[in-house]
Write a protein that binds this ligand. Structure first.
Ligand SMILES: NC(=O)c1ccc[n+]([C@@H]2O[C@H](COP(=O)([O-])OP(=O)(O)OC[C@H]3O[C@@H](n4cnc5c(N)ncnc54)[C@H](OP(=O)(O)O)[C@@H]3O)[C@@H](O)[C@H]2O)c1
Length: 239
């Protein structure tokens, strides 16, 4: 199965891994729908692409927006969502707002996306969601990240059973230098994290968005791959 002539929806296409996935899908011949909450960053991704593309502003954690989005998009072949809102730190010091935002992006958004996309996605199509290695390797301060990523992986597997033959998979990145994702740490702490991760993991480096884009194209195009979690973490689960 190839992406030539297919229609691919990428939620989170305005930055990081989502941007890299959108560009890679376009280079593979797909027509790409670029979605996220900020038009400007989606337009910046669209400017990197030569093939057919559409920019659509969407907050995937709002059900009415998601329903209207798929009404307008119509039928398509593959959906990828990288939507994420970070919530890290000890649970006792975390505000309910930060927790809600993390739930909204990683739990509510996938639920609404699958619910409203299911009637329009091709039967040989796929959903690919992004979890993260903290689902399987928690550390102090990752409770909410671990919870939403683990929940998303369980939901992906359950829906692979319920929506078959449409395929659903999750990709679990390790630490990836994807641009803004780690900015919340500040430059110094981010560099320390990257150096430390690169020292410890078998791959001896942090990930690049292209590493994840390549795994995503594999997940979209392999017809025998469903209900699974692909770890693309440089061996982060072995640290
Ligand atoms: N980078 C890493 O080291 C790493 C590690 C483990 C797991 N991951 C996971 O991998 C995925 C991609 O990471 P990344 O580094 O590319 O992060 P990123 O650059 O922060 O990308 C997340 C994207 O999601 C979009 N988004 C957030 N909430 C949304 C919503 N409600 N509706 C629509 N779009 C929404 C954001 O755009 P707008 O704000 O414009 O909407 C942004 O483009 C994420 O799920 C992340 O948790 C990343």
């Amino acid at each position: 199965m190839q992406l030539e002539g297919k229609r691919v929806v990428v939620i989170g296409a305005g930055s990081g891994i989502g941007r890299s996935v959108a560009v890679a899908a376009s280079e593979a011949g797909a027509s790409v729908v670029l979605a996220g909450r900020k038009r400007e960053s989606l337009e910046a991704t669209a400017a990197l692409m030569k093939g057919r593309r559409e920019v659509r502003v969407l907050d995937a954690s709002e059900e009415t927006q998601v329903a209207a989005f798929f009404e307008e998009v119509g039928s398509f072949d593959h959906l990828v969502s990288t939507a994420s809102q970070g919530a890290s730190g000890p649970l006792t010091g975390m505000g309910a707002d930060a927790i809600q935002r993390a739930f909204a992006a990683k739990l509510w958004a996938p639920v609404f996306l699958v619910k409203h996309a299911a009637p329009r996605i091709a039967q040989d199509g796929s959903f690919t969601f992004f979890s993260g290695f903290r689902a399987g390797r928690p550390a102090v301060g990752t409770s909410i990240t671990s919870l939403v990523n683990g929940g998303l992986e369980a939901f992906t597997k359950a829906m692979a059973v319920e929506l078959a033959p449409v395929r659903l998979n999750a990709i679990s990145p390790g630490v990836v230098d994807s641009g803004s994702f780690w900015d919340r740490l500040g430059t110094e702490a981010r560099e320390r994290l990257f150096t430390d991760y690169a020292k410890k993991v078998p791959a001896r480096r942090v990930g690049r968005p292209e590493d994840l884009a390549s795994a995503t194209l594999f997940a979209m195009t392999n017809p025998f791959l469903t209900g699974t979690v692909i770890s693309v973490d440089g061996g982060g689960l072995l640290m």
